[in-house]
Design a protein. Sequence first.
Length: 195
Amino acid sequence: MNTRVELLVYTLLILMAAVASYFLVTDVLAARVERAEDESNGVEIFVEATPASLDPTPLETAIAVFRERDLFADLVTPLPTPTKEILPTPTPTIEPMPQNWSVANILGGEGKRIAQIVTGDGKKRVYREGDFVPYMSRSWTDAAVSFGILKIEEDRVLLIRKNDLQLGWLYMGGGAQLETQLPEGAKLPPGVTLP
């Protein structure tokens, strides 16, 4: 197609769209005028109805109840429930010292001793005074606790639990005992102070 034919086709399409929109607008306006004339006629239609009874029907009651209630009331402000006696929850007992640990060996002389400690997983590790021993328990109460080594004696090691400063002796061959006082000569690890 050449440009003249294209121009003619586009002009005809635009002209047809304009004529169609003209007829559509005039038809809508004519319908509005007819509707306005019908309403202004002044003819009123009355329908006789039965007199309404004073008591509502069950359907009207159900509709009124449905409209009056708040569907989201329970979500926003729950209804009060009868109170129960609040019982104390048992607090989990924290293991005083790791019972499944033991001291395998103590090497060195006074002041330069090292202790070989067997932890709960059965592995032997070597520690000096002032070192921290990480302790991972299966119980959630002391899941990430570390024990500081305060003093190494000939047959036992003094530990302090870092989170609550609980003192206890760990014995060679197994066993543990709580301690209430810091013995003489025991050095606190850095960052740990007793109350």
